[in-house]
Ligand binder design. Structure first.
Ligand code: FAD
Length: 505
């Protein structure tokens, strides 16, 4: 007996926040629609898709991370982006890297391109930063972008006040604002980072994962089902229309066909094109315009926060698992997205008699937007990957402009570090390519079908009606800001389109 339904209205491939956004909107707008979600990884948290940081027991949390690491489980990971400095290729906990195919010959490649395979996808492990895109990051041909972003905020449970009581956050913003804000619109000024997190009444933080996006309405929907350990190997296409999916039950090895009127592939920016490729759906733009955000990091120690301030911090008991996160928005003139996080420990060794005042170490990160190139792409080979899917090969090079922007980012981060305090370490560190975990462009959206995009403004694949794509791969612009809020917003647009079509059938 198969554990899968024979047919549904909508089959969703992947259970990260973008797949979950489809399930949520469909549950709200067309509750009678039968929706099945397929996820290759196991369920590692409760409710399914919850952030592993919400698991209080450290051992149970580490086990959940390992179970998310697919074929990379058991390999050494690094928790702190600063630790990547060792030059070794290591994944972050909860993620795994490609064992090969991450770089070709003389190209730059994406050596630390990473994946998560678990219910909830990468959002069971993410930082939850949800800034809005600005300037050229925005998709100019979508008139309803702001309303969609509002809806994405609702689905992800985005807040800005969870760290208001954390020490020195206002001071950090004040010092950054003094060197950044001049001449900027209010929306582009230094501010609190919008984060997908809430503080419970007892003070504990609850980080949003795909569980929050699904919400009670989806969990309580009798017409919704979630199938973990289920690899979708192919989308079925009949007469130019999506007709269902072929699923391998990883518990038994059996393969099943599930018929569907609509199929949504939300399998991350590198595996969504893989599923389409494996299905024989190979538009020219598939996998192309791959882009990631190069990243520089640095740290500083807040200036002029002496013992009196430390005593105040101790008295308020305000320090939490992680202190404040501030945002220096991207602009076209200063093309970096700044994520400034106060840390509880210094990333570089300090003298023994020099204790750290909690919240006084500031980690600075600047993300840069990539110069988009048609030749940057994920291609697929005849060799099987560890799941038996066509193995990937990443073709990726930085342009001269990318290198110039990176150099400018290194100068800017030193300026910001000096504005908040005393820089720690001699110079900023440039992260290995792929470290941002924000791969985009591979199933890009276009306003018209001119051969340069995979899907239209409703996320429906140009060549296959009823087939929708979701995730960061859909974003057609080069963003520097964290992309998940934007890709959830785009998923809302696609889900509403399916809901509308289902209401008429
Ligand atoms: P994913 O969350 O990757 O989910 C895709 C799912 O599809 C996976 O669970 C995968 O197992 C499944 N899948 C793949 N192939 C198949 C198949 N063939 N069959 C069935 N299932 C399949 N983003 C931000 O915007 N802000 C941040 O602060 C941020 N911080 C991050 C920090 C960390 C440590 C990590 C790991 C990520 C971070 N990200 C951040 C990235 C963010 O998590 C992703 O952008 C987001 O999860 C993408 O959502 P998604 O639904 O498109 O894909």
């Amino acid at each position: 007996m198969s554990r899968y339904p024979e047919s549904v209205d909508v089959a969703i491939v992947g259970s990260g926040p973008t797949g979950a956004a489809y399930a949520r909107i469909l549950s709200e707008q067309v509750p009678r629609a039968r929706v099945a979600m397929f996820e290759v990884g196991p369920t590692v948290s409760d409710p399914p898709g919850a952030h592993v940081k919400n698991i209080e027991d450290a051992e149970a949390r580490a086990a959940a991370q390992r179970r998310s690491e697919g074929p990379g489980a058991g390999e050494a990971t690094v928790d702190n982006p600063g630790a990547v400095k060792s030059g070794e290729r290591r994944a972050r906990p909860g993620t795994f890297l490609l064992s090969d195919g991450y770089r070709v010959d003389d190209e730059d490649g994406l050596p630390v391109a990473a994946f998560s395979s678990n219910v909830g996808g990468m959002a069971a492990h993410w930082t939850g930063a949800c800034p809005r895109p600005g300037g050229s990051e925005r998709i100019a041909f979508l008139p309803d972008m702001d309303e969609l972003l509002d809806e994405a905020d609702r689905l992800l449970g985005v807040t800005t006040d969870a760290f208001d009581a954390a020490p020195f956050t206002a001071l950090v913003r004040e010092r950054l604002a003094a060197v950044v804000d001049d001449g900027r619109e209010p929306a582009a000024q230094v501010q609190r980072m919008p984060l997908a997190v809430r503080r419970r009444e007892d003070g504990r933080l609850v980080w949003s994962g795909a569980d929050v996006v699904l919400g009670d309405v989806t969990r309580g929907n009798p017409n919704f089902s979630l199938h973990d350990e289920s690899l979708v190997t192919r989308v079925l296409v009949e007469d130019g229309r999506a007709a269902g999916v072929s699923v391998r039950d990883l518990r038994t090895g059996d393969v099943h066909e599930v018929r569907a009127r609509f199929v949504v592939v939300a399998a991350d920016a590198l595996r969504t094109p893989q599923v389409l490729w494996a299905s024989g759906i190979r538009p020219e733009a598939l996998g192309r315009m791959l882009n990631d955000q190069t990243q520089v990091v640095y740290a500083a120690r807040l200036r002029d926060v002496g013992p009196a301030a430390a005593a105040q911090v101790a008295a308020s008991g305000a320090l939490s698992e992680q202190s404040g996160v501030s945002w220096v928005p991207f602009t076209d003139e200063v093309p970096f997205h700044g994520q400034i996080m106060q840390l509880d420990a210094s990333p570089v060794p300090l003298a023994d008699d020099d204790p750290v005042i909690p919240g006084s170490i500031v980690g600075l990160g600047l993300f840069c937007a990539k110069d988009l190139q048609w030749e940057d792409r994920v291609e697929f080979t005849d060799q099987p990957d560890p799941y038996g899917m066509p193995a990937m090969r990443l073709r990726y090079t930085l342009t001269d402009r990318d290198r110039a922007v990176l150099e400018r980012a290194r100068e800017e981060i030193v300026r910001l570090a000096k504005a908040v305090g005393e820089p720690l370490g001699d110079r900023p560190f440039t992260m290995p390519l792929g470290a941002s975990l924000h791969y985009q462009g591979t199933t890009r959206m276009g306003e018209v079908d001119d051969g340069r995009s995979v899907c239209g403004p409703d996320c429906e694949v140009w060549d296959v009606s009823g087939l929708f794509v979701a995730g960061n791969g859909v974003i057609p612009t080069a963003t520097a800001c964290n992309p998940t809020l934007t890709s959830v917003a785009l998923a809302v647009r696609g889900a509403r389109t399916i809901a509308r079509k289902l209401s008429f059938v």
